[in-house]
Design a protein around this ligand. Structure first.
Ligand SMILES: Cc1cc2nc3c(=O)[nH]c(=O)nc-3n(C[C@H](O)[C@H](O)[C@H](O)COP(=O)(O)OP(=O)(O)OC[C@H]3O[C@@H](n4cnc5c(N)ncnc54)[C@H](O)[C@@H]3O)c2cc1C
Length: 558
């Protein structure tokens, strides 16, 4: 089907487009590329922001950067862009990633098929002809056969409902919706709420400039050094020469990313040994090497840090020692030592985080000991009655992960069922890609996919490709609808939970299970068996004629 006939097909069926895609982050771009450029479909991408980039468009806070190495955190869809784009740092900062995205958008001529500054408010399935009607907040509607939700696993900021927040007389920001205009911390008293990934990154910037910087911590996270640096001379050139081969190699790992971009670099850690089988001296040496090398070398240093509580405890002990060495105030250091098992919450990369607590302008406040009671016009008041007077509050309070961007829309499936209600007891999907009762609606990076536990760009590309190939198969065979059977969906959810139960991930609360959002039902949201196994499972399903799905050609048109 060429591009023109793709459009003709939609028109001949009384539809506006073959496919509507919600979101122009990497997932939306991967979907647009495959459908439009490689398969000839008519596609409209709808994006709330004024440019593409998703995460990197919204998270403009100072200090934001990736934690997968830049050379690996990139799209594979254009060999020309692979050659023409140059990364400057081992872990790129947000402005550079956003520039890269714009470079890609221009090169691939994506913008003409994206409607920017437009938020989708609702989508409704029409059983009479198996079509979807997508309606924007402005009231415009588009009809399409297939709907792809690429609305982002971490794109709905979570702003806790602090009493009195509206009364605060200073500035308030959320890291996940940072303004385009420069925000200055200089000469200000700043309170930062939250010490997850974004909190750790922005803290290092606030501490440089604020006269007083209160860091309000609920949980001490595991924070390991990024050892960020300029990309070594020769390293980028070698990766460019071997990009295809290296991408295949990275994708063969559970997280679709290696802690070293080049296999020719000497191995820093054994990776395949149990931490329990080595002597204390060898363990210390391996942990030291990994710690100093930076990035996720520490995470990959042994094969069981994420599997057994004994192994995880040894990692905890090592990290505690390092914190106590860096932070001179023993009381602050003790508060910074993580109490949960290593790996139950997302492990964070930093540059300088622990040492900011040696600065006189920085004060750590443990809000488990003394919780936030209310926000007053002057600042933050805690349960003990203490008032922290500030000029600015920075909420680094994370996201309604994996489901927030979907449940925020009114998505009506078969019989008018609303996705938000269907997921009230916890989200359920098949492969993280489709939901029973919502025929023809695909999700990239949905709950129970491996998305957020892998290099997300790679996971996005794999799921987008699978979805687009599925659409191609359905069209070729005259089907106008597809949805998972209830059994396939419940078996998948059970399988995902069983896999998670065998790991460290379920040994404590985290956003992986929705525990960061008050009232959100606790279900494990991620597939933990790794990217290669996930990909193989999806491919097997397709090869078996979309096993577990019901395909419908009853209402086929033309
Ligand atoms: C600070 C931060 C750092 C990260 N670092 C890494 C990293 O180093 N490595 C990694 O693998 N992952 C990282 N991630 C995860 C990151 O989200 C993914 O890597 C990736 O960018 C997700 O792409 P996406 O297209 O799936 O979603 P997003 O980039 O979130 O894009 C979704 C888009 O959908 C749009 N949208 C949502 N709802 C609607 C609607 N109703 N109407 C219209 N548009 C809508 C949003 O505006 C957004 O632009 C990070 C996340 C954050 C927040």
């Amino acid at each position: 089907m060429d591009r023109a006939s793709g459009k003709a097909k939609a028109e001949s069926q009384g539809l506006d487009f073959d496919v509507v895609v919600v979101g122009a982050g990497f997932a939306g771009l991967a979907t647009l590329h495959r459908l439009r450029d490689q398969m000839g479909y008519s596609v409209r991408v709808i994006e709330a922001g004024s440019a593409a980039g998703g995460t990197w468009y919204w998270n403009r806070y100072p200090g934001a950067r990736c934690d997968v190495e830049s050379l690996q955190y990139s799209m594979s869809i254009s060999p020309e862009v692979d050659q023409e784009w140059n990364w400057t740092e081992r872990f790129a900062a947000q402005p550079e990633i956003l520039e890269y995205t714009q470079f890609l958008v221009d090169k691939m001529d994506f913008a003409k098929d994206i409607e920017f500054n437009t938020r989708v408010a609702s989508a409704a399935f029409d059983e009479s002809d198996n079509s979807w009607t997508v309606t924007t907040q402005g009231g415009d509607s588009l009809r399409c056969r297939w709907l792809v939700m690429a609305a982002g696993p971490l794109s709905t900021p979570n702003l806790p409902d602090f009493p009195g927040l509206d009364s605060f007389e200073g500035e308030v920001y959320h890291t996940g919706a940072w303004p385009k205009e420069e925000v200055s911390f200089k000469g200000k008293r700043v309170a930062q709420i939250g010490t997850g990934s974004s909190g750790v990154q922005i803290a290092q910037e606030i501490a440089k400039h604020a006269t007083k910087h209160y860091v309000l911590q609920r949980t001490a996270h595991h924070i390991i050094p990024a050892a960020n640096r300029p990309i070594n001379p020769g390293e980028q050139e070698e990766v460019k020469k071997r990009y295809r081969e290296l991408r295949d190699m990275w994708q063969a790992t559970p997280g679709a990313t290696s802690y070293q971009s080049l296999p020719s670099n000497p191995s820093i850690v054994p990776g395949d040994k149990s931490v329990l089988e080595v002597s204390p001296e060898e363990r210390r040496e391996i942990f030291d090497n990994a710690w100093n090398y930076g990035g996720y070398a520490f995470h990959r240093s042994f094969n069981d840090l994420l599997k057994s509580t004994e192994a995880s405890t040894l990692a905890n002990e090592y990290i505690a020692e390092r914190i106590l060495e860096i932070v001179s105030d023993p009381a602050a250091a003790e508060k910074l030592v993580p109490k949960q098992f290593y790996g139950t919450k997302r492990v964070i990369l930093d540059t300088n985080y622990y040492s900011i607590f040696n600065q006189e302008n920085v004060e750590l406040i443990d809000v488990r000991e003394d919780p936030i009671e209310r926000i007053t016009p002057a600042g933050i008041q805690t349960a003990s009655g203490k008032l922290y007077e500030v000029d600015m509050i920075v909420c680094a309070t994370g996201f309604d992960a994996m489901t927030g961007s979907l449940t925020r829309m009114d998505i009506h499936g078969r019989g008018g069922a609303v996705l938000r209600d269907v997921w009230k007891g916890g989200p359920e999907s098949y492969l993280g890609i489709m939901v029973t009762g919502f025929p023809g609606m695909f999700i990239v990076g949905g709950p129970q996919s491996c998305s957020a536990l892998a290099n997300v760009i790679v996971a996005n590309e794999q799921q987008a490709e699978w979805i687009c190939d599925c659409i191609g198969y359905l069209d070729k065979n005259g089907y106008t609808s597809i949805e998972p059977t209830s059994k396939a969906q419940s078996d998948w959810v059970e399988h995902v939970n069983e896999l998670a139960d065998g790991t460290i991930y379920t040994k404590g609360p985290s956003w992986y299970s929705g525990a960061n959002i008050e009232g959100k039902p606790r279900t494990f949201l991620l597939y933990v068996a790794g990217y290669p196994t996930y990909t193989k499972t999806c491919n097997d399903v397709a090869e078996k004629g979309y096993e577990g799905f019901e395909l419908d050609r009853a209402k086929a048109v033309n």
